[in-house]
Design a protein around this ligand. Structure first.
Ligand code: IPM
Ligand code: MG
Length: 369
């Protein structure tokens, strides 16, 4: 059998720097664990626009469809702020998600012990936190039609987006969330705004339907998404798995990220339907963005991108044990106090650079053998 294939799309800003560290890790698994990958690289986002006038070429899209998994860094930057909406760097990422039909976006928020003092919340609120947000990723207001900006013919303009969900779209992401809940602590909380939105009423009813008909043994609760945001900062450990729509999931996952201390720690997996080889269509990316303010300075924390590769090992390549090895190596590095500036406070000493952090993870991996 040939090696599984990985397409690396490092993208813009710090995406390129953190991906260099991930490539070191990928090579390590090839050399030391016999897990070899066929790695290819391509452009997405602003750098693709610079080279080809589009944030994602059809050729790159086709490659992404044909590989076993895509690893993405980050897209966007101030240089591209004035571009037409249709060619903005973010459109490249959204096209990948939509055309690969990656409907289930897994965003774990785990607070490593070494970082519990780093959160803007009190130690006892976040220490030991381990929750998973399952965000619907291919529908809702991100993609609903009609959309656009039109003249109102009275000298003003109208901006329109449409929140739209179908039975099937809700049920399939709910199933993904129930499956995860069964593997964790068997609890799922679904979030929407059924008090003001019809799409929220449908969301609640369909998630309940999947529960009653397919997963009656999972404990299901429903919460309005605004309350969910409040509860996430009040008492986040009440949650295990949360399932929510595209826009609420975007916001709630950023909130959950800060519970863990730094946005630089959070990985994600975006999964679709199984391919012919049984593996799910998959794209792995850190939750943080391109962070143009620190790009190119060796300050970026590569952990989120490294942990995204750990998720690839687990969800695409059935290597849960090796994924845990990598996660523990990252945790060890943090415990040893090797940290990028996002994980330091005044007086904490000299920060590690992006590549020192990556090398430290390799050292911890070597020590794990
Ligand atoms: C995310 C990001 C993206 C989103 C942007 C970059 C399009 O914020 O993955 O959370 O809004 O989904
Ligand atoms: Mg976001």
């Amino acid at each position: 059998m040939s090696n599984p294939s990985l397409l690396i799309l490092a993208g813009d800003g710090i995406g390129a720097e953190v991906m260099v560290e991930v490539v070191k890790i990928i090579d390590w698994f090839g050399e030391k664990r016999g897990l070899k990958f066929n790695v290819s690289e391509d452009l997405v986002g602003g750098c693709a626009y610079d080279a080809h006038g589009t944030p994602l070429t059809d050729e790159t899209m086709a490659k992404a469809q044909s590989v076993d998994a895509v690893l993405l860094g980050a897209v966007g930057g101030p240089k591209y702020d004035d571009l037409d909406f249709s060619v903005k760097p973010e459109r490249g990422l959204l096209r990948l998600r939509k055309e690969m039909d990656l409907f289930a976006n897994l965003r774990p928020a785990q607070c490593f012990d070494a970082l519990a003092d780093f959160s803007s919340l009190k130690h006892e609120i976040v220490s030991g936190l381990d929750l998973m947000i399952v965000r619907e990723l291919t529908s809702g207001v991100y993609f609903g039609e009609p959309r656009g900006i039109t003249d109102d013919n009275e000298g003003g303009r109208i901006g329109v987006n449409t929140q739209r969900y179908t039975t099937n779209e809700i049920r399939r992401v709910a199933r993904a969330a129930f499956e995860l809940a069964e593997k964790r602590s068997n609890r799922l909380c679904s979030m929407e705004k059924a008090n003001v939105m019809e799409s929220g009423i449908l969301w609640r009813e369909e998630v309940q339907w999947v529960h009653d008909n397919e997963y009656p043994n999972v404990e299901l609760t429903h919460m309005y998404a605004d309350n969910g945001g409040m509860q996430l900062v009040r008492a986040p450990k009440q949650f295990d798995v949360i399932v929510t729509d595209n826009l609420f999931g975007d916001m709630l996952s950023d909130v959950a990220a800060m519970l863990t201390g730094s946005l630089g720690m959070l990985p994600s997996a975006s999964l679709g339907l199984p391919m012919a080889n049984g593996r799910p269509k998959a794209l792995y990316e850190p939750v943080h963005g391109s962070a143009p303010d620190i790009a190119g300075q060796g300050k970026a924390n590569p952990s989120a991108c490294i942990l995204s590769f750990a998720m690839a090992l687990r969800y695409s390549f059935d290597q849960g044990g090796e994924a845990t090895r990598l996660e523990q190596a990252v945790e060890q590095v943090l415990a040893d106090g090797i940290r990028t500036p996002d994980l330091m406070q005044a007086g904490d000493g000299t920060p590690a650079t992006t590549s020192q952090m990556g090398d430290a993870v390799i050292a911890a991996l070597n020590a794990s053998l």
